[in-house]
Design a protein around this ligand. Sequence first.
Ligand code: FES
Length: 214
Amino acid sequence: MGLPYSKKVIEHFKHPRNVGEITDADATALEGSPACGDMLKLTIKVDEETHVITDIKFESFGCASNIATGSILTEMVKGRTIEEAEKVTWKQAADELDGLPPVKMHCAVLAIDALKSAIEQWKERHGLTEKELTTPDRVLRKLRNVLNPLTGASIVRMQLLQDFDVKDGVITIDLDLTREHKFAAHIEEEIHEKLDHLWDVKEVKINFVGKPDS
Ligand code: FES
């Protein structure tokens, strides 16, 4: 027997709104769910004067509930300010869909997390966040959101992060991957995206210290 989805979930799943990627986005977030390994990518455009989200698009590599939540969420926050949008909860998104099966709530959480990270990134870039110091803890939190595209799992969980250090504004990261690995460039780019813009970071150095397969 299938899961008891509401009509609205099915409708948004079949005809998702705002699907795709904004190429000149002001912030991008990629979130993965440890519960199922699925991913959701969100891109936003924000008016610098008014803080209104003028455009938002999502791509889901998740289930029907995830697609439906991504879709409803884009409708809920488009045209609203980032300050309003960051208050939206996964519960409100689920209610807006007339409910989700309890086993699927994490799919809504994933969509909200992506929105929150995109907003946080935008605020960081515009100097609007509390000037939190970039500590090893903070770096680790950011790196937990860098995913291996092959598995959808975090590079931290996959134990690809061999070592890292934060000193005088320079973050040095050792990855247990070779430079030639097919996802090395992708992961490198993701790490730069998560860390380069932090206000007290001068440089992010990534070393590929993995041994080639013999
Ligand atoms: Fe993975 Fe829904 S089961 S996002």
